[in-house]
Design a protein around this ligand. Structure first.
Ligand SMILES: [Zn+2]
Length: 123
């Protein structure tokens, strides 16, 4: 490690411990790549069980473990994009239900407008 003054560094991303005169336990560096092509490197103990996915440090996606050639090591399902609110909504309600709700709400809105009530004064 260099002897330069410490600059701003992300907490926990590196150790400031001096490596000299110490027997480091064997370790391995593993790389993870998310769908946005960010590489996240993690250091594990050599005998640790390596997780096949790791949360990307730059975005909210999960990165997949890469092998030494930089290829995805396991055929893990890595989500391409974070789930949207709409996708989560679809877990709770079917499209038919949503169409029904929309029609219902639009009907109420039209009826309210027909009575001459302003939208903002009602909730
Ligand atoms: Zn990422």
């Amino acid at each position: 490690m260099s002897q330069q003054p410490m600059r701003g560094s992300r907490l926990g991303s590196e150790s400031f411990e001096q490596d000299t005169n110490k027997n480091l336990s064997p370790r391995q560096t593993c790389s993870y790549r998310c769908a946005n092509d960010h590489i996240t490197e993690m250091i594990f103990s050599a005998d640790a069980e390596i997780p096949v996915a790791w949360g990307c440090k730059q975005c909210s996606l999960e990165g997949a473990l890469l092998d030494v050639n930089g290829k995805q090591a396991f055929e893990t399902e890595v989500p391409k994009t974070p789930r949207t609110h709409f996708e989560m909504l679809l877990d709770r309600r079917s499209r038919e239900e949503l169409e029904e709700l929309l029609t219902e709400r639009l009907g109420e809105l039209k009826a309210r407008r027909a009575r001459g009530q302003a939208d903002a004064t009602n909730s």
